[in-house]
Design a protein around this ligand. Structure first.
Ligand code: ATP
Length: 235
């Protein structure tokens, strides 16, 4: 479904991502782990088109590397960004509509809205409330639901657990697991390695823009995660 071939991101003299290869089939979840500054967010931004990248990005067999963000969304890439970035001054309902802004199937949009409101009843209860007044956990639910409103094939999730209580994190990950079970491909950036590995098919540890470790969660369970983070694992 999604394939990255030697993708690199450079900001002036800083090489944030170096020759990254990644492949995720339909319904697969790849967890991108690694310390601050490893290049995880830049990888997500390269896939969504928010930053320029070299190399090739293929979505369902089509090269999307040179397409603008809007065309990537139309083809099935969605992002729930770090820090949620919900529209604080818009209501929950308006935020969800923004997620569906490029769709023309009004009936489908209504069905999807109902679906996410029933999956997250707390959002339904706050449908006309300004999103800025929601709790952190509720805002994260809204950020994911908003991303899902574009009916993506691939969901890019940047640190959904950031700053949230363990119980809320577990609920959010259960939801991600459900979406994956329905066939959604997920690229998940996470500091919370334990939660990420609950649903991951593949774990990819980045260090200084390169892959320092790649394997299944079971393989990683036997490895010294701290060493990997510190870059002792080699290539
Ligand atoms: P974190 O977990 O802290 O978000 P990360 O793994 O997501 O880290 P990136 O945010 O992708 O890492 O950053 C990778 C490198 O690129 C870092 O050295 C960072 O300082 C640099 N960088 C990121 N964005 C920019 C930018 N817009 N301009 C210049 N350098 C940047």
């Amino acid at each position: 479904m999604l394939r990255l071939e030697t993708v690199s991101v450079q900001y002036g003299p800083v090489r944030a991502v170096r020759d990254l290869d990644l492949a995720a089939g339909a319904g697969a979840l790849i967890a991108l782990l690694g310390p601050n500054g490893a290049g995880k967010t830049s990888t997500i931004a390269a896939i969504s088109g928010l930053v320029p990248a070299t190399g090739r990005i293929m979505l369902a067999g089509e090269d999307i590397s040179r397409l603008p963000v809007e065309d990537r969304i139309k083809r099935g890439i969605a992002v729930a960004p770090e820090g949620r970035r919900i529209f604080a001054n818009l209501t929950v309902a308006e935020n969800l509509r923004m997620g569906a802004a490029l769709r023309r199937d009004a009936t489908g949009v209504r069905q999807d809205t109902d679906r996410y409101l029933s999956l997250f009843p707390v959002l339904g209860e706050r449908i006309n409330q300004h999103a800025g007044t929601l709790s952190g956990g509720e805002q994260q639910m809204l950020a994911i639901a908003r991303a899902m409103m574009s009916r993506p094939k691939v969901l890019l999730l940047d640190e959904p657990s950031l700053g949230l209580a363990p119980l809320i994190v577990a609920r959010i990950f259960d939801f991600i697991g459900q979406l994956k079970a329905e066939g959604l491909t997920v690229i998940l950036v996470e500091q919370n390695a334990a939660q990420a590995m609950r649903f991951a098919d593949q774990v990819c540890v980045l260090a200084s823009g390169r892959v320092s470790y790649r394997g299944s969660p079971a393989d990683l369970a036997g490895a010294d995660v701290m060493k990997l983070y510190l870059g002792d694992a080699g290539m």
